[in-house]
Structure formats: C-alpha cells, structure tokens
Write a protein that binds this ligand. Structure first.
Ligand code: ATP
Ligand code: MG
Length: 416
C-alpha cells in the first residue's frame, strides 16, 4: 500500500527548506528592528472564535474550515488564519495592559479546505503581524512599510501594493444601503450563497468568486466613495505617510477582503507572475474585534504573508546547495575511529563536519564529498596518523595545503 500526503498538502524538503529558513530569518531580523515580538498560538481553537470574527457569511466560515468534534464533544477548528486566535490570546492574557502599540508576530501553518491549485494549498504557512492599541494612520503606514521592507529583503521585485479604505461602523450602513440598491435589480443572477448574503451581509457578494456574480456586480459603487469624515481623513493621512516613507502603492477602490472584521485600511500585495493566485500578502485594520472578544475597545492592524506564494518567486535565485565545511575520508579502521573523534571535536568548535562511514574506495568518497557540496576535504590514512600531518583540499580551487593534525589548526584554516 502506498501512502501519500492528503490532497492539498505538501512536504517541504531540503534544499527548499533553506529558502524557507532564509525568509524566516530575514523577517525575524526586521521584526526586531520594528519592535515586534514573537507569539506562538495553538493551531486549534474553539470554532466560535473564527465564526464570530471572520464572519458567518464569509467563504472561509461557510466552506473552508476544518471543523470537527473533539472527544469531549466540543466543536473545534484548525485555524484558517491567525488574527482571530491572536485577539483571543490578546484579551485572555490582558496584553492591552502593556504600553501601546503592542506589536506581535507569528509564523506557522493555516488550514483551509479549498480547491487545491497552483499556489493554493489546504495547509499553508503564513508570517503574520498584529499591532495593537493605536488608531493613528501613521501606524498603518509603518506596518505597510515594514511589509515592504520584508518583501524587499528577500529580493522580491515587481510587486503591486494596493490599498483602500472599507469604512467603519459609522459609514458602513449608508454604504450597505447604496450597495443593496445597486444590486437589487441583479439579485436573480446571483449564486445561492449570494442570494442569502444579499440580506445577511451584502458586502460579501463583492468577494464572491462565481463568474455570474462577478458579472452582475460589475459597476457597483465602491465603499471608498461613502467614507465618513473620520475614515476619509484616516485614509488621506495614510497615503501622505506612505509617500513620506517612499512605499510605492496604488489605490484600488474595488479591493475587498474575504474577512468581515476589517475596518478602515485594507491592503493587498500581489505579483503578476503568480497568475490567478497572485496575492502574496494581505491585511488591514480591525478596530472592533478586541471589543467583540470581550476586551476593552482597542484598535488593531495586521497582515499575513503567504509563504507558498513567495517561495516560487525567489526559488530560482536561491537554489544553491550548502555543503559541510569539511568532509573527512578515513582509510582503514583506526582512521575511521580517530576521524570520528576529530569530527566530534570540530563540531564542538562550531564547524559543520561530515565523515564518510562506508569504507569505500577513495574515489567514491571524493565523489560523495563533491555531491554534498563539501567546501574542504581531507584524507585520513595510516601515514597521516603516524606523521600527524594532513593535506587539506579546497574543493573550489582544488588547492591543497599541509597542516598539522590538530583541532585548532583545522579551525584556523577552515575559518580563514
Ligand atoms: P486569496 O484571495 O488568494 O484566496 P485570501 O484573501 O483568502 O487570499 P488572506 O486570508 O488574506 O488570503 O491570507 C493572506 C495571505 O495568505 C494571502 O495573500 C496568500 O498569500 C496566503 N494564502 C491564503 N490562502 C492560501 C492558500 N489556500 N494557500 C496558500 N496561500 C494562501
Ligand atoms: Mg481565500
């Protein structure tokens, strides 16, 4: 019987894993400079946490959640995104008592039961951030600038930054009325989901992927034309500050997010080279969520980067094999033992050292050293053990130098 990963899931293997780690390390360094601290959250939560925040009529909640009953009869869900879990933790641990803005980041897997396609998985990884407690649009600009810095640091080029404002509780009702009015004559052409959404949550119709719904909502008024004074001003100041920070962006009045909790600022970064799954990162403000989770009213803003969407964009440039600092080819039993000890001692000095185990010919050992990308190689035989001298070969330029068989000598030569 053959076992395979479930549909829409994938194993991430070396050498790809080093590309993942590079991205994660770059992001961590940038988070440090912007004052973000890591938070690790469970990947499974009580289902109501997601329903309440993401929204009952969203695609995620209606179709995509991995929800099941645990042995205690509770309804639990594998997290489809990070913000809801974060806000649950934020309220549970009273993190709002720390000086604002409280800034956190997370990295980890998310789960959505979607139709698998290129760059769309059922388990996918996000790097996400949340900045809490500040309503000032300068923070929105800083968050978007940080996203730009991260994508820049991993060498991503030709990305489109799109921003919009989707208003707040004050301007939303007026907009909803106008939207319903526009959609009322087209209602019969909507899919069954959107028929329901028309009464429950008409904004969700704007996010529906069904072609007939996309057609019939064409030309609907954008929310950006219905902003209240406060949201309008917030958006203006955001744009001014993005200009100040030299973040290139465009305003896309038709940008809609798939989650209900957003208020005011929403944004998305995309790359044309990904085809139809082109969003590499997305985020926005959520000023009502903490309140709804039972905490003191606290504004928040965040984004998430989709790892599987950025890896293919840099894969070609980053695909070189990283091999050990030293590969030891022992000839004979005594050399194999002495070599093993030397390997251990050099590793304790911080070097990556490998020793050959299978006692094959020197030729095949050298071939292996080449295949694994070893930077330097030594042959350890009876002579070398007797004279306590060894030739160390540089695999790049093929040069050999004589050194004394001594741990500190090796460290000196290898570290240059
Ligand atoms: P999309 O429009 O592509 O479905 P989304 O709006 O559902 O994206 P968000 O919930 O905003 O996505 O998540 C942020 C990022 O996570 C996306 O921009 C994308 O890069 C990534 N992402 C979302 N869903 C998937 C998935 N199923 N597989 C891989 N990456 C994903
Ligand atoms: Mg989606």
């Amino acid at each position: 019987m053959k076992h395979k990963t479930l549909k829409g899931l994938q194993d991430i293997l070396p050498p790809d894993i080093s590309i993942w780690q590079n991205i994660e390390n770059n992001a961590r360094q940038i988070f440090k400079n912007y004052g973000y601290r890591e938070i690790r959250l469970p990947i499974i939560e009580s289902t109501d946490i997601f329903i309440r925040s993401i929204g009952e009529t969203s695609d995620i909640v209606e179709k995509e959640m991995y929800t099941f009953q645990d042995k205690g009869g509770r309804s639990v869900t594998l997290r489809p995104e990070g913000t809801a879990s974060f806000v649950r933790a934020y309220v549970e641990h009273h993190l709002y008592n720390e000086p604002a803005p409280q800034k956190y980041y997370y990295m980890g897997p998310m789960f959505r039961y979607e139709r698998p396609q290129a760059f769309r998985y059922r388990q996918f990884y996000q790097i996400g951030v949340e900045a809490m407690g500040i309503l000032d649009p300068k923070l929105d600009a800083e968050v978007i600038a940080m996203l730009s810095a991260i994508l820049d640091s991993i060498g991503l080029k030709e990305l489109n930054f799109e921003i919009t404002s989707i208003g707040c509780g004050k301007c939303r009702p007026g907009y909803t009325t106008a939207l319903k009015e526009f959609l009322s004559t087209r209602k019969s052409k909507f899919c069954a989901d959107c028929q329901r959404r028309y009464d429950l949550n008409p904004l969700r119709i704007l996010d529906c992927k069904v072609p007939s719904c996309i057609d019939s909502r064409h030309g609907s008024p954008p929310v950006i034309e219905f902003l209240c004074d406060e949201c309008q001003k917030h958006f203006e100041i955001l744009k001014q500050n993005l200009d100040l920070l030299l973040v290139p962006y465009s305003v896309n009045p038709n940008l809609v997010r798939g989650l209900d909790y957003y208020t005011k600022t929403a944004f998305e970064v995309s790359s044309e080279s990904l085809g139809s799954q082109k969003a590499v990162a997305a985020g926005g403000r959520y000023d009502n969520m903490v309140d709804e989770f039972g905490g003191p009213p606290t504004p928040g803003i965040g984004f998430a980067i989709g790892m599987e969407r950025i890896i293919p964009l840099i894969k070609d440039s980053a695909n070189k094999v990283e091999g050990p600092d030293l590969f030891i080819c022992p000839m004979g039993n005594e050399a194999a033992e002495k070599g093993l000890l030397l390997t251990e001692q050099l590793r304790a000095k911080g070097l990556w050292v490998e020793i050959n185990f299978d006692g094959t010919s020197l030729k095949s050992q050298m071939r292996k050293a080449n295949r694994i990308g070893a930077k330097k190689v030594i042959v350890l035989g009876e002579d070398e053990l007797k004279t306590k001298k060894v030739k160390i070969k540089d695999m790049n330029n093929r040069e050999e130098i004589d050194i004394i068989l001594d741990v500190n000598e090796f460290v000196k030569v290898i570290q240059g």
